[in-house]
Ligand binder design. Structure first.
Ligand code: GLP
Length: 242
């Protein structure tokens, strides 16, 4: 089953995630990290940047792969995930840009781009440690309800609930992209270790279903039950239904 721990608050849970990532980086400087976006991991990146600045945490040999990217935003759009990663992590640490990866959406052939991303991931030896958030509907990456356990990196439609929920980052709901490229469930499950960070009451149902519910496409995060090394880091609100 999925291991889970409740921390006093979002900050404390984020610091534990940063500790675990930092320990992996120290043990294996040339590791492959799987990274997530959204509001949840912001404090993790802030803390990793602080560890780099103040404690010399070295990102010089690390390779990163992000889970997903919106289709239809230019890289300089403030809500694109490439912009987010540059702003919140990559520009703050000594990471080599040619070893950071996000799905390329600036192309006419999105299906080919998704396949290429999956090939790149395999060529890099797969993800050692994958950081995840979770959507209120149980999505991981942009694997919305309906996503199957065999799914790999591909073009997907966002669920209406996700468009609505992510509209808080845009001027209006109409501006939220309708599609994305995301790693699949099978892609995510190939990571050797997975950390899922979830905080706030809006995640309580999705978290409880993922850990205690059936393994089902209705809650894509429930497929994490089939992985041998998954930890959920929670705050009391997100753990309220457990
Ligand atoms: C987004 C991302 C996910 C993220 C989730 C939760 O749309 N694609 O990777 O985990 O939704 O977002 P937040 O952390 O802002 O609640």
């Amino acid at each position: 089953g999925i291991q889970w721990t409740v921390y006093p608050n979002h900050r404390a849970a984020s610091h534990v995630a940063a500790e675990i990532i930092a320990a992996t980086l120290s043990e294996t400087p040339a590791c492959v990290l799987g990274l997530a976006t959204g509001s949840t991991p912001l404090d993790v990146y802030t803390e990793l940047a602080r560890k780099h600045r103040e404690e010399g945490l070295d990102f010089g040999r690390v390779t990163t792969f992000n889970l997903d990217e919106y289709i239809g935003l230019t890289p300089d759009h403030p809500q694109s995930y490439v912009h987010y990663m540059n702003k919140h992590l990559f520009s703050l640490v000594n990471i080599s840009r040619d070893r950071t990866h996000l799905p390329n959406v600036q192309t006419d052939n999105l299906d080919e781009s998704a396949k290429q991303y999956e090939r790149l991931l395999k060529a890099a030896g797969g993800v050692d440690l994958q950081l995840l958030g979770i959507g209120a509907n149980g999505h991981i990456g942009f694997n919305e309800p309906g996503a199957g356990p065999e799914s790999v990196t591909r073009v997907v439609d966002l669920a209406p609930k996700t468009i609505q929920s992510n509209s808080r980052f845009f001027e209006s709901e109409a501006e939220v992209p309708r599609r994305a490229i995301t790693m699949g469930i099978a892609t995510i499950l190939r990571a050797r270790e997975i950390l899922l960070l979830a905080t706030g009451s809006s995640k309580a149902d999705a978290v409880a279903e993922a850990i205690k519910g059936p393994v089902t496409s209705d809650n894509p995060a429930s497929f994490l039950q089939t992985h041998a090394n998954v930890r959920f880091l929670l705050d009391p609100d997100a753990a309220a239904r457990l």
